[in-house]
Design a protein around this ligand. Sequence first.
Ligand code: DGL
Length: 273
Amino acid sequence: MPTPTSPIGVFDSGIGGLTVVRELLKVLPNEPIVYLGDTARVPYGNKSRDTVVKFSTENVLFLLHHGVKLIVIACHTASSFALPFLERHFKHPILGVIEPGVETAVAISRSGRIGVIGTYATIGSKAYLHAFARQHRKVRVTQIPCPLFVPLVEEGCVNDSLAHQVALRYLKPLKAARVDTVILGCTHYPLLKQTIARVMGPKVTLIDSARQVALKARVVLKEMGLSSDQGTGANPSRRFFVTDEPRHFEALSRRFLGRQPGDVSKVDVSNAG
Ligand code: DGL
């Protein structure tokens, strides 16, 4: 049975989910965290629903094995394709990144014209459109896949002319639709915030779902009476696991997490549980 001192489990297709961990560390500094990056099978963003559901199920089983009290799906593609399935099959509380971003967008958009950017899978799944429909507010959503953003971020091209050129090309339909709010619907996009903001202009609000899901996690833990945020005095543990050799993850993690993650261990999750 999970207790307040049990860790929060976070999984992603790879390294991008560290942007969510970064926000969790700010919002819930006393919570222990177990992170799993499925680096052997990344990217998820161009894979089918069945494949992403299978991988996500294995990731959840791995995290449950570590006694987590709450699971946060940091990956937008996994949230889009697998969250409904995972909610049906596991009793544990599971948070995805789609709903928190949508709730925030609906709350702050004045015009109701909202943009969503993400991977091919996230956009193709229509998960964002379904989440907006559940909000019962009249909005006009323009969705755009931006597949080149992920490799750009991983190559460190975030504020340069190359990133700017790609953003100009991708974001044209959002400018044409005169959106006033854009959801950054992919783990990597918060790192491109400055470039996207420069292209969209100062009147457009960018929603960082990583921040929103961390805030939601705080509410959910409080409601369940499982928050360890009162401070235990001890250093909460942060454990990082990847499914491929950790060197690449370690090299890039500072950019996503803002610091070195410490020990990163390789695991095989295909037989988890
Ligand atoms: N983590 C993925 C997402 O947020 C991006 C990387 C991938 O395609 O796996 O959609």
